[in-house]
Design a binder for this molecule. Structure first.
Ligand code: NAP
Ligand code: ZN
Length: 349
């Protein structure tokens, strides 16, 4: 018995969101059915809804991969979850489970390709996946994480993508006490990057092209705010940072930011504007590294949520009804998000 589900969808790269309904699959033996309470709005939702990645988008599209909710039903073989559990679902809902990355808890780098929460086909089928701008979702139990007690549900939703995407590279590249970190772009990802870099003990700067965010950056815990709309930023701070986390969503001059990386330092791209040319001299001259990083695996996502509960970390959010989604996108495109929009799905009921 398929499950009729209310949602908001886009039907083309240029059309606004519209109410839409579709059927979720009935929970299989190892599935859980989750009532979605909140879903964060990621800039990736905008890139995909507007087909900014060269034809990668499938329509109708129901975006949303920062999902928190409550388990309402479990399949007969489900061992990990029970009805009433508070859970989260992030950027992917399946992977091959047998390749090297999957077996190492790096499902996001699955050699057969992770199945993303929306805009992908369920493995071996032509069935499109639909995301969290909807009232419920059926997910295989291994791709669900627990939202620990003590984390506020709407503030936890953005942790499922913005949180893990910034936590994972900071941990992987060994950021800690004594590190000098700069986070580029104070949006959804960036503000979580600042919170995590500080919680890990690093000296943390924000590199932002919005001078109006200075006070917020300091309130979020940053030790300094550097206004990149002033060209002096790129001459005054040359070679100062061991680690730069670049979360910018729009094309920008990577070479200018690379100049701020120290000898043997690393700049990690998590933002996904493409393409952006890189000059060899900017890397070679100071043995700098330029790397990328994509979300995090299931186990690391759970580790990050537990870390947040322990340290009292959650996202700074603005809760919106589903009907405000087009306005939220326009505001994000103007860098006017403080610092994550979270949809309250009760607005669809
Ligand atoms: P967001 O909330 O819209 O924030 C992006 C920030 O980038 C803005 O707030 C702004 O910060 C800065 N920015 C925007 N335009 C700029 C420009 N022209 N020059 C310099 N800075 C600019 O976006 P988000 O949700 O954090 O996502 C950021 C990017 O990460 C997106 O491309 C998204 O697709 C990608 N992403 C990647 C992963 C992954 O796994 N790697 C996961 C999630 C998202 P200031 O106003 O402070 O300058
Ligand atoms: Zn995301």
């Amino acid at each position: 018995m398929p499950r009729p589900t209310s949602a908001f969808a886009v039907h083309s790269p240029t059309s606004p969101f519209q109410p839409w309904s579709f059927d979720r699959r009935d929970p299989r033996e190892d599935d859980v059915l989750i009532e979605i309470l909140y879903c964060g709005v990621c800039h990736t939702d905008i890139h995909l809804a507007r087909d900014e990645w060269g034809g990668a988008s499938q329509y109708p599209m129901v975006p949303g991969h920062e999902i928190v909710g409550v388990v309402r039903e479990t399949g007969s073989g489900v061992t990990k979850w029970k009805v009433g559990d508070k859970v989260g679902v992030g950027v992917f809902v399946d992977s091959c489970r047998h390749c090297g990355p999957c077996r190492s808890g790096l499902e996001q780098y699955c050699e057969e390709g992770m199945v993303t929460t929306y805009n992908a086909f369920e493995r071996g089928t032509q069935t499109l996946t639909y995301g969290g701008y909807s009232t419920q979702i059926t997910v295989q139990q291994d791709y669900v994480v627990r939202v620990p007690e003590g984390l506020d549900l709407p503030g936890a939703a953005p942790l499922l993508c913005a949180g893990i995407t910034t936590y994972s590279p900071l941990r992987h590249f060994g950021v800690g006490a004594g590190s000098k970190v700069a986070v580029v772009g104070l949006g959804g990802l960036g503000h979580m990057g600042v919170k995590f870099a500080k919680a890990l003990g690093a000296h943390t700067a924000v590199l932002s092209h919005s001078p109006s965010k200075r006070e917020d950056a300091l309130r979020l815990g940053a030790d300094e705010f550097i206004d990149t709309s002033n060209p002096e930023a790129f001459t005054k701070h040359v070679g100062r940072f061991d680690f730069i986390l670049d979360t910018v969503s729009a094309v920008h001059d990577l070479n200018a930011y690379l100049g701020l990386v120290a000898l043997d330092g690393t700049m990690v791209l998590v933002g996904l504007p493409d393409p952006m040319p890189v000059g060899a001299f900017q890397l070679v001259g100071k043995r700098r590294r330029l790397a990328g990083s994509m979300i995090g695996g299931i186990a690391e996502t759970q580790e990050m949520l537990d870390f947040c509960a322990q340290k009292g970390i959650s996202a700074d959010i603005e809760v919106i009804p589903m009907q405000q989604i087009d306005v939220a996108y326009e505001r994000m495109l103007r860098s006017d998000v403080r610092y994550r929009f979270v949809i309250d799905l009760s607005s669809l009921k």
